[in-house]
Design a protein around this ligand. Structure first.
Ligand SMILES: Nc1ncnc2c1ncn2[C@@H]1O[C@H](COP(=O)(O)OP(=O)(O)OP(=O)(O)O)[C@@H](O)[C@H]1O
Ligand SMILES: [Mg+2]
Length: 234
C-alpha cells in the first residue's frame, strides 16, 4: 500500500533514515521505537509534509488525514465548526460527523467550545477529525501521549471498533508498547540510528481478544523488549 524504497533522510550531517526499504500494508501498522529514532521524520515524509529526501515513497495516491500530537483546535470555534473547518466544502456531511463523533463519544459536545472540554475530550475531537476527513489512511503521531492509561485504553477500544466498522487503514507512531499491541496488525520496530534495519511483528489475534494480562500479550511484549534491548546495535 505504501512502498518505501532506498529512503535516506538527513538533517545536515545527521542521517536519521538510511537506505530504508519498507512496505506498509493494509490495516493498522504501528511504527514503534525509542525517542529520537526517526518515527515522526518518517511519518512527515509519508504525509508529504517534508519533500527533502532521497529515495522513493510510493503511496499509490492514497488520500491521507493526519492527527497530530497536539489537538490543533481553534478556541473560538465549536467542536462542530472545528471539524467542518478542515473539510472540503462539498464534503461537509452532518450525518457522518454525527456518526463518527458518536463512535468516539463526543457527539453531545459538538456545540461546545474547546475551553469547556477535558484533555481527553479534546483528544477525541482531534482523532474524530482524522476519521471524518475523507481519507484512505489516517496517520497519527503519538495521539495518546497526554492521556492516563485508563482513558487511553477506552479511546483505543473505541478506535478499534471504528476501524473495523469503516475498514479504514491506520499508520500510528508511538513509543508505547501497550498502545502498539492493542492497535496493530503489524508493528515495525526501529532501534538503531540511522534506521536501516528494523524488526516486524505480525499480530493476528482479533483486537477484542487482546487482554493486557494474557499470556499472548506478555509473549509479544517479551519479543519486543528482547529486540529493543539486544546488543546488536549500529
Ligand atoms: N527539523 C529538524 N532539524 C534537525 N534535526 C531534526 C529535525 N527533526 C528531527 N530531527 C532529528 O532527527 C532525529 C529523529 O527525530 P524524530 O522526531 O523523527 O524522532 P522520533 O522517533 O519521532 O522521537 P520521539 O519519540 O521523541 O517523538 C532526532 O535526532 C532529531 O533531533
Ligand atoms: Mg516523534
Amino acid at each position: 500500500m505504501i512502498r518505501i524504497s532506498n529512503l535516506t533522510k538527513s538533517f545536515g550531517a545527521h542521517t536519521v533514515l538510511k537506505s530504508l526499504n519498507l512496505h506498509i500494508g493494509f490495516g493498522t501498522t504501528v511504527l514503534l521505537g525509542p525517542s529520537g529514532s526517526g518515527k515522526t521524520t518518517l511519518l512527515r515524509l509519508i504525509a508529504g509534509l517534508d519533500k527533502n529526501y532521497q529515495g522513493e515513497i510510493d503511496s499509490e495516491k492514497m488520500r491521507m488525514s493526519i492527527v497530530f500530537q497536539e489537538d490543533r483546535l481553534l478556541p473560538w470555534k465549536t467542536l462542530r465548526h472545528n471539524i467542518e473547518f478542515i473539510l472540503p466544502r462539498d464534503k461537509v456531511n452532518q450525518e457522518r460527523i454525527n456518526h463518527i463523533t458518536e463512535s468516539l463519544k463526543i457527539q453531545a459536545l459538538l456545540d461546545s467550545k474547546p475551553f469547556k472540554l477535558s484533555g481527553g475530550q479534546k483528544r477525541r475531537c482531534a482523532i474524530a477529525r482524522g476519521f471524518i476527513y475523507p481519507s484512505d489512511i489516517v496517520l497519527m503521531d503519538e495521539p495518546f501521549s497526554s492521556l492516563d492509561l485508563y482513558l487511553k485504553l477506552k479511546i483505543i477500544a473505541d478506535i478499534n471498533i471504528l476501524l473495523e466498522k469503516e475498514k479504514r487503514n491506520l499508520l500510528l507512531v508511538t513509543h508505547d508498547i501497550t498502545e502498539a499491541l492493542l492497535l496493530a496488525d503489524e508493528i515495525i520496530i526501529f532501534k538503531q540510528t540511522p534506521v536501516t534495519e528494523f524488526q516486524t511483528l505480525k499480530l493476528d489475534l482479533p483486537k477484542n481478544e487482546r487482554m493486557l494480562q494474557s499470556s499472548v500479550f506478555t509473549e509479544w511484549e517479551r519479543r519486543i523488549y528482547e529486540y529493543l534491548l539486544s546488543d546488536k546495535e549500529s
